[in-house]
Ligand binder design. Structure first.
Ligand code: F6R
Length: 245
């Protein structure tokens, strides 16, 4: 695992965006695994700027990690809406080349199987972008999540619902209780992983994930089993690491 510590959050996000752009430029048919959440906002902002300076997304396909369930794709609080607003509508990627789990699917299990099939049909994910939740989740794989799990319907921890309350008028009880998420096994199948964490609030869980035991109780610790994983942190998020990053 490669750990990069940037001086601040913006520098960490610029570094992440540069690596995503390098992957896109160096790959004939890039397949991006995308994430949502606050950390990713600056990364998408930088990528949109790069697009305005010539970076094309036209050859990309994308698969997002997760979506609340149930939620309509046109609900402004959905991750469909997040992706449209923060990235897709600003760049040259055709909507049919982007996929986010369907939070309105009448049969969630079938949707999860179809999602796995679609990733396989695209040739697998080349670069998977990840954040980390306060519970140690990647995607919405709350503890305990077996490292072999595939895309599935999960229950969200109260900690996660509180973490994500902002989009729901700060009423954590209104954050859906469930979500569709790629499994830890689905994530580990990506050829390269890029996890980004910024801010002091993430320092404890970053330490648990990178310096603690590799355990299903901290999903992000699974990344240490991946042969090509880079973690980009700012100094605050790296603050409790044994190695100091
Ligand atoms: C979102 C996702 C989550 C977030 C994590 C961090 O698609 O998969 O794992 O990356 O909850 O969220 P922020 O960046 O809001 O702290």
């Amino acid at each position: 695992m490669d750990i990069v510590v940037a001086p601040d959050a913006m520098a960490a996000c610029r570094e992440a965006a540069a690596r995503i752009a390098a992957y896109m430029r160096g790959t004939p048919e890039p397949v991006l695994g995308l994430a949502t959440g606050r950390t990713m906002e600056a990364i998408y902002h930088v990528l949109v700027g790069m697009h305005r300076n010539g970076l094309s997304f036209a050859r990309c396909r994308s698969f997002n990690l997760d979506e609340y369930y149930p939620i309509a794709p046109d609900d402004p609080r959905s991750y469909h809406a997040y992706m449209r607003e923060r990235l897709f509508r600003h760049v040259d990627i055709a909507p049919e080349r982007t996929r986010v789990p369907d939070g309105a699917a009448p049969d969630p299990e079938r949707e999860c199987r179809a999602y796995e099939d679609a990733i396989r049909a695209a040739g697998g994910i080349g670069l998977q972008l990840l954040g980390i939740g306060l519970t140690g989740h990647i995607g919405f794989n709350e503890p305990p999540s077996d490292f072999a799990t595939r895309t599935r319907l999960v229950e969200l921890d109260e900690t996660t619902r509180r973490q994500n309350a902002e989009m729901f008028d700060d009423r954590w009880q209104d954050v859906p209780r469930r979500a569709l998420t790629m499994g830890v096994g689905t994530i580990l199948d990506a050829r390269r992983l890029l996890m980004v964490a910024t801010g002091a609030a993430k320092a404890r869980i970053v330490r648990d994930a990178l310096d603690g035991p590799v355990t299903p109780m901290v999903s992000a610790s699974a990344l240490r089993q991946h042969p090509a994983c880079t973690v980009i942190l700012d100094e605050e998020a790296a603050g409790l690491l044994r190695s100091g990053g």
